[in-house]
Design a protein around this ligand. Structure first.
Ligand SMILES: [Zn+2]
Ligand SMILES: [Zn+2]
Length: 535
């Protein structure tokens, strides 16, 4: 018989389910495994397989997030000091890319038919030029056909000014220079670079503005919104100056003052003087309509006009200018809405392959990847919370993109406008507190970094594991996979799945330990009876 316990005693006992979850996490198992039913098409045998959720945030699934981080570290390590050009085969086109090219083909045919019939082709030529832009935008390299059509006037106006940099002919090589030491040893140094945004006002060591009223929150917000574009410009300029197809692995993180900064692993080296030159010449101009005067506050919002599909001014009944019209109205003497730049201070160090420095830098690069941007530095004090709130307020009404609902506030109809848009309620990620204005990807990797995708790195890991354990990979064509839903008789509730994860992980761990012992000369046979489950 169990002895009687008080309520307080019972409450202080660990909850069984929490223990299972913690155990799963402790063993590196996924805490939210997805259940799949696997049918062996040769034998008809059905097996339940638990697949890891694959989430990259530690708050959601610590094990999957840690695995994703390790994979990124492997990717970073592999590309940093490559001494041979990576082999790249183009990815097959995706559906969106195919769609644009199909549109383009159709338009070309219509244009050529109109031309043969002696009709005007101006409209179709213009459409082709726009489709070419969409094709490029969707991530396809090159043109389907060299276009003779001049771009629209406003596109040329919005062109970025050429940076003030000497331009070298870019050679197609992606690996850095080597240096020979007096003793004949050959070095191929690489670089670790940290770049920050400019100052918005003095801050203390814990990131708090000395004078919040003088801190430039608007510029901070706009720099964060356009940080990804600024980074692209930096890379273009570095390639231009160094004259080779420079490759990078970069991680974007917030500083304590909540402005983004970026750690960059670069293959090859750039001198400090050259870096200073590139930073001074690198900026990103945002050629958007003006957004500094509020024309419609929340009490006087533009009204949707159903029949025309446009927004109109409630006071005058006039249509708001469309996005394209507002861009066309930007005159030659106008200033860009914003010019984003990096701050003048940077940190740069040379790193040699396989060194302690290299491992430490890879640690920096992947340190915060399992956290949301805003969770990297949790506000501890009231003043830190105030600072975060002021930045969130600045971001609330700042337009995040041409389609942002906030444009209505500044008297411009956003691109692709629809009914029900409200300034301050844009659903763009950049406005959400957890993003601090930066909605871009956290890891930016150039195409020829390691010559492999994350999926390739994952496959490498699996191959290593299978080889270590001495088991053959399964033939994917042999199995049929289906998701198991709560209504199915073989559906496992989450608690049951977690018990399986713990049992499986324990067996895997034992098997791996034995395999390693065997590899180092001791003899043993691992038990691998349930190798299907790997969650
Ligand atoms: Zn998971
Ligand atoms: Zn927005």
């Amino acid at each position: 018989m169990t002895p009687r316990t008080t309520r307080a005693q019972r409450l202080s006992m660990p909850l069984a389910r929490d223990v299972v979850r913690d155990l799963a996490a402790e063993h590196g198992g996924c805490v939210r495994p997805v259940q799949l039913r696997r049918t062996d098409l040769d034998t008809g045998q059905v097996e339940q397989v638990l697949v890891p959720c694959g989430h990259t945030l530690a708050t959601v699934c610590p094990s999957c997030a840690e695995r994703a981080r390790t994979l990124r570290a492997a990717q970073c390590r592999e590309g940093w000091h490559l001494d041979a050009e990576p082999v790249i085969t183009p990815d097959p086109a995706d559906d969106e890319q195919r769609m644009w090219v199909e549109h383009r083909a159709e338009t070309q045919q219509h244009r050529d038919q109109a031309d043969a019939a002696g009709d005007d082709t101006g409209g179709l030529d213009e459409l082709s030029a726009e489709l070419d832009e969409e094709i490029t935008h969707s991530g396809i390299r090159g043109n389907v056909l060299p276009s003779r059509m001049a771009r629209r006037h406003r596109s040329t106006r919005r062109r970025q000014d050429a940076p003030d940099l000497p331009r070298r002919t870019v050679t197609p090589t992606t690996i850095g220079k080597t240096y020979t030491a007096p003793d004949g040893a050959i070095f191929r140094p690489s670089m670790f670079l940290t770049l920050t945004c400019d100052s918005y006002g003095k801050v203390s060591a814990d990131g708090i503005p000395a004078n919040p009223d003088a801190y430039d929150y608007q510029r901070a917000a706009r720099d964060a919104l356009h940080f990804a574009a600024l980074f692209d410009r930096l890379i273009q300029n570095l390639r231009r100056l160094t004259g080779y197809d420079l490759q990078y692995f970069a991680a974007v993180e917030p500083q304590k003052r909540l402005a983004p900064h970026v750690h960059v692993a670069i293959r090859g080296t750039v001198s400090r003087a050259e870096l200073r030159q590139v930073l001074a010449a690198t900026y990103h101009q945002v050629w958007w309509p003006p957004a500094d005067t509020v024309r419609h506050d929340d009490a006087h919002l533009p009204v949707w006009h159903e029949a025309s599909g446009r927004y109109l001014d409630p006071a005058t009944g006039e249509f708001l200018p469309t996005w394209d019209a507002a861009l066309d109205a930007i005159g030659d003497d106008d200033e860009p809405l914003h010019v984003a730049r990096f701050g003048p201070r940077f940190d740069a160090q040379g790193v040699l392959a396989g060194s302690r420095d290299s491992a430490r830098c890879i640690g920096y690069l992947t340190k915060y990847l399992t956290k949301q941007i805003a969770d990297c530095h949790q506000a501890q004090t009231g003043t830190q919370q105030d600072h975060a709130q002021r930045l969130a307020d600045a971001l609330r009404y700042e337009p995040c993109s041409p389609t942002c609902a906030n444009w209505l506030r500044y008297g411009v109809q956003p691109r692709n406008a629809r009914e029900g848009m409200r300034p301050g309620r844009c659903t763009g990620k950049a406005h959400r507190r957890e993003y601090l204005g930066y909605a871009g990807r956290r890891v930016l990797v150039s195409r020829k970094w390691s010559g492999k995708t994350l999926a390739d790195h994952r496959a490498d890991r699996k191959a290593w594991l299978l080889e270590t354990l001495g088991i053959a990979d399964t033939d994917p064509a042999r199995y049929q996979w289906e998701p198991v839903t709560p209504g199915d008789s073989d559906h496992m509730p989450p608690a049951q799945r977690l018990l399986h994860v713990v049992a499986d992980r324990q067996r895997w761990h034992a098997a791996l330990t034995l395999a390693r012992a065997r590899a180092s000369g001791q003899n043993a046979t691992p038990d691998l009876s349930a190798t299907g489950r790997a969650a």
